[in-house]
Design a binder for this molecule. Structure first.
Ligand SMILES: [Zn+2]
Length: 290
């Protein structure tokens, strides 16, 4: 879209004017962008090396006039791209982090996905030593999709067990206890305990020490995810990222420890490319040029 509201300066910016801002101002203001109509999280994309012009995008509210439908491309239709029904209370979800694989998800604005009736592709299997109890095997990607799509899931008592490998449990508990959005991170979460954190990315950069920083917005406590230098390149190649600016607007889910800076900003440390997943979005107007 061509316009977005910056809550830091109260201005509705036109995208090419925004692109002309001095770099430091642009980096600050892009963390405070919202849709000018529905006030939901918005982001800025610079002119790309392929010649796509600078523009804004947003995750609009359902009733926003500027809203568009999304569908995932590069994934089978029976995959994780379709809105799934709510899980039953008491369901058990298992995630094997050592089996996580990158690969990007781009979401493009095209025709709405097929209606209800289609279900997700999670397979069911029997847990060893637990009798008849069955569990659904999810990937981090599928957990992130549910978090983005379902406020009910975010607050649910659904039990999730994250395995480091075949035997060792890394994180285990109810969704509402072990998963927090960037906006909901509290000081009490700062400990040696790994938790799951998720939210939108407004900008991304790399410091001279090699760390990658994924920065969220002002409305998300300016939370940052810091990806350690020894796994940074692995992260980029796993998700097919050639330009960090491509991460603007993505949702991220990361298993890590949170610390607060002296200014009160949460930073989540990520030491493994298996513990992080990103979900990227692409604007429809650009599709024809690809
Ligand atoms: Zn909107």
């Amino acid at each position: 879209m061509q316009y977005a509201l910056c809550t830091a300066d109260g201005t509705v910016w036109e995208s090419s004017n925004f692109a002309s801002l001095p770099a430091d101002q642009l980096e600050t203001k892009r963390k405070s962008l919202v849709c000018s109509q529905c006030s939901e999280f918005a982001w800025f994309r610079k002119e790309s090396s392929h010649g796509h012009p600078a523009h804004f995008c947003a995750h609009h509210r359902e009733d926003c006039d500027l809203r568009v439908e999304y569908v995932v491309i590069n994934e089978p239709r029976n995959g994780t791209n379709i809105a799934e029904g709510e899980l039953q209370s008491g369901d058990l979800i298992i995630v094997r982090l050592d089996q996580e694989q990158g690969s990007q998800i781009d979401v493009t604005e095209v025709q709405p996905p097929p209606g209800p009736g289609a279900t997700g592709g999670g397979r069911t299997f029997i847990l060893r030593n637990q009798g008849q109890e069955s569990a659904q095997h999810f990937t981090l990607r599928r957990i992130l999709l549910r978090l983005v799509q379902s406020p009910t899931f975010r607050q649910s008592d659904t039990q999730i067990v994250f395995y480091k490998n075949e035997r060792d449990v890394l994180i285990s508990g109810q969704v509402r206890d072990i998963v927090a959005s960037f906006a909901d991170i509290t000081r009490e979460m700062q400990s040696d305990q790994l938790l799951l954190y998720w939210g939108p990315i407004a900008s991304a950069g790399r410091t001279p020490d090699g760390k990658i920083w994924l920065n969220s917005s002002a409305s998300n406590q300016e939370t940052s995810v810091s990806i350690f230098e020894d796994v940074a390149d692995e992260f980029l190649s796993a998700f097919g990222i050639t330009d960090l600016d491509e991460l603007a607007g993505a949702h991220v889910l990361v298993a890590g420890r949170v610390h607060f800076t002296s200014t009160g900003k949460p930073v989540i440390w990520c030491g493994s490319s298996k513990y992080i997943v990103v979900r990227r979005y692409r604007a429809a107007g650009l599709q024809a040029l690809l």
